[in-house]
Design a protein. Structure first.
Length: 376
């Protein structure tokens, strides 16, 4: 490879693009921000029409899928899709980065081994099965999102020392007084209420019953608050049952997923504290989005986030006990002087833009390609 020319980098993903889930969102963001510096090609399974992907700044090579009759199951068949295989052969990749350990990820590993180029993998799951670890161990390097995931990977039997590559956000620090005033009226927020925020970015590990139980403890202790629950994947029937059970119907507002960047920023800026009481979710980026508006996060002390947050410095940690959560939230706002310092520090420690991440990724890719060239 000529390191002066733009390298050809192939992403392999079993998800659809660009916004099927958090993983496809991350892949789309990275490929977009890297496209000025590298020829980015995403090899994926899916059934998107060409015009649906025409606005993307990177090339997409899509494998056919085989639909099983009378079911919603679609089998990924890149190994027998001749057009897909021809495109892959012509790609002349300099580096492979797999974003799954499924059929597309395994294909990426085989391509990298055959052509003697670096293969990097990102681990997204909270717990890895043996077959998944076998695939990851075939790669030259494995990335995780935080130190907790790194430690967990090593305990599970990953032979590499994982590299921590933190996620990012495209939100900027904003203040729209008029928009915030409108939202406060819309959500019926009173002047003496603290605004707590919960943001869901996936359907898994939401721990909603525990969150609402903690809000109940907070209510009976006399703390005045409004909880905004934003996102997707909520089982509203269960939520409504808990809201009635805990007497929280006037304290909790369920907000549909907010896609627009400005509106999303305003919701964060409006809030006083992000509540992230999930232990097994390493895909969350809500704490980074919140940090863009200098809003600290309250997380569980045994969670993935606990390795990014230092209690009373750049956020807050608490044990998984509803009474302790309530007491913690009350103590946070009693020490308002410290709270203001934590707001500033969370921005300094946790905030990272996708542009910053893209530059960091690109430099790491160049380093791996140079290293491979020396060894060959």
């Amino acid at each position: 490879m000529n390191l002066i020319a733009k390298p050809n980098i192939g992403y392999f993903i079993d998800e659809d693009l660009p916004m099927a889930n958090v993983i496809s969102y991350i892949v789309n963001q990275d490929a977009t921000y890297l496209s000025p510096y590298a020829n980015m090609i995403v090899f994926k399974a899916g059934s998107k029409k060409k015009d649906e992907m025409s606005s993307l700044s990177y090339q997409v090579c899509q494998s056919k899928q085989l639909k099983i009759p009378f079911t919603d199951i679609r089998l990924k068949i890149p190994f027998i899709d001749h057009h897909f295989e021809h495109t892959l052969k012509q790609a002349k990749l300099d580096l492979v980065h797999i974003h799954s350990t499924g059929p597309m990820g395994r294909l990426g590993v085989l391509y990298g081994q055959k052509h003697g180029i670096p293969v990097i993998a990102t681990r997204y799951v909270s717990s890895a099965k043996p077959r998944m670890l076998d695939i990851l161990n075939l790669c030259d390097e494995v990335w995780v999102s935080n130190p907790y995931a790194k430690e967990l990977s090593q305990k599970e039997g990953l032979k590499h020392d994982p590299i921590v590559m933190r996620y990012a956000t495209d939100l900027n620090d904003v203040f729209h007084r008029e928009k915030e005033t409108v939202l406060k009226q819309k959500y019926q927020i009173k002047p003496d209420e603290k605004i707590l925020l919960y943001v869901s970015q996936s359907d898994e590990n939401q721990n909603l019953h525990f969150i609402l139980e903690s809000m109940y403890r907070l209510r009976i202790k006399g703390f005045k608050f409004k909880l905004l629950m934003i996102g997707q994947g909520f089982d509203e029937s269960h939520i409504q049952t808990d809201l009635k059970k805990f007497g929280l119907k006037d304290r909790v507002v369920i907000v549909p997923e907010v896609i627009d960047g400005v509106e999303r920023s305003v919701h964060y800026h409006l809030s006083d504290l992000l509540i992230n009481l999930k232990s097994g979710d390493q895909l969350t980026m809500a704490h980074i989005e919140a940090s863009s508006q200098k809003i600290p996060t309250l997380a569980l002390s045994n969670s993935f986030l606990s390795s990014e947050i230092t209690d009373h410095r750049n956020g807050y940690l608490v044990e998984e006990d509803s009474n302790r959560v309530a007491d913690k939230i009350m103590s946070i706002f009693k020490n308002y002087k410290l709270y203001l310092k934590v707001k500033e520090q969370c921005f300094k420690d946790l905030y990272r833009s996708w542009g910053d991440r893209g530059h960091h990724l690109y430099m790491r890719y160049l380093e791996k390609m140079r290293q491979q060239k020396k060894e060959s």
